[in-house]
Ligand binder design. Structure first.
Ligand code: G1P
Length: 280
């Protein structure tokens, strides 16, 4: 149904300097798995096989990660450490990876538009790897694909946030269709304090119909002088339909130190607490 998932991954990750000086922020590990691998797994679970990654300078570790490392394979072949590669091997086998370079940092909308050459004229998902989303049975993208099947329009995942945090997000407002679905009527990128139309913040999961590309081409720079996907989506909402979905599951903002640590503790306790204290 939706085959392609776009990962904007050209940003600098300045909030994590010096860790991100030479390492892409998408490669920061939560426990022992890079953030972007969690996103790719979520996309695979939702039935997507084409991972379209928008990269920039200094991001080659991402390309290497989603490729075979023959020396390493040879080295650990037949040892117990092979188990540690099982997950990434499965990912590499199931998914296709394509890459395009974003030469200038002109905002998330610009990054998505750069991905057009990889996505083509197809509906597609967008994952911002900074936002780590966890649901034990059905990942957020899989939940959204279910809705796309029904409604065939762009969908953004949203979460209620405290009023004093709305300025960090794209914020939506609209007409409630059900407890978890809102038909978007307004959308503001990082509203000034007191100017947010609601407390429903967009998180880094989107399903977009391909007409968004033509809209993005016409979208002037908005907040912070950048081309914003939020502005393009508002345009789409005005002329067609955009849904906001209050997803099921937990989301961690791994773009901040606090969120990253919370995600690490959560994943360690949930998925790793029975691991032996292995060395090496
Ligand atoms: C981007 C989007 C914003 C969204 C956020 C989710 O902002 O522009 O609308 O709420 O991702 O993480 P960024 O965090 O890249 O500044």
């Amino acid at each position: 149904m939706i085959q392609k998932c776009l990962f904007p991954a050209a940003g600098y990750g300045t909030r994590f300097l010096p860790a991100t000086k030479a390492m892409p922020k998408e490669m920061m590990p939560v426990v022992n798995k890079p953030l972007i691998e969690y996103g790719v797994e979520e996309a695979l679970q939702a039935g997507m096989v084409d991972m379209c990654i928008v990269t920039g300078r200094g991001k080659n570790a991402i390309l290497d990660h989603f490729d075979m490392n023959y020396e390493l394979e040879h080295q650990i072949s037949g040892t117990s450490k092979e188990d540690l590669l099982a997950g990434i091997r499965a990912v590499i086998e199931k998914a296709n990876f394509t890459y395009i370079r974003q030469r200038e940092m002109k905002g998330l909308g610009h990054a998505i538009l750069t991905g057009r050459a990889l996505v083509g004229d197809n509906p597609f998902a967008v994952v911002l790897a900074d936002d780590l989303c966890i649901h034990p049975e059905e990942g957020v993208l899989a939940q959204m694909v279910g809705l796309y099947r029904q409604f065939r329009c762009s969908i953004v995942a949203v979460e209620e946030v405290p009023a004093d945090e709305t300025h960090k997000y794209g914020v939506i407002a609209g007409k409630a269709l059900t407890n978890s679905l809102v038909c978007v009527e307004d959308m503001i990128e990082k509203p000034e304090p007191g100017k947010a139309p609601s407390n429903l913040a967009i998180i880094g999961r989107y399903i977009l119909t391909p007409d968004i590309f033509d809209i993005l081409e016409q979208t002037p720079p908005g907040k912070n002088g950048e081309i914003q996907i939020t502005d393009a989506l508002l345009q789409q909402a005005k002329t067609g339909c955009v849904l906001a979905y209050k997803f099921k599951g937990k989301r961690f903002d791994c773009g901040t130190v606090d969120g990253f640590i919370a995600a690490t503790n959560y994943c360690y306790e949930r998925f790793c607490s029975c691991r032996p204290n292995g060395h090496g």
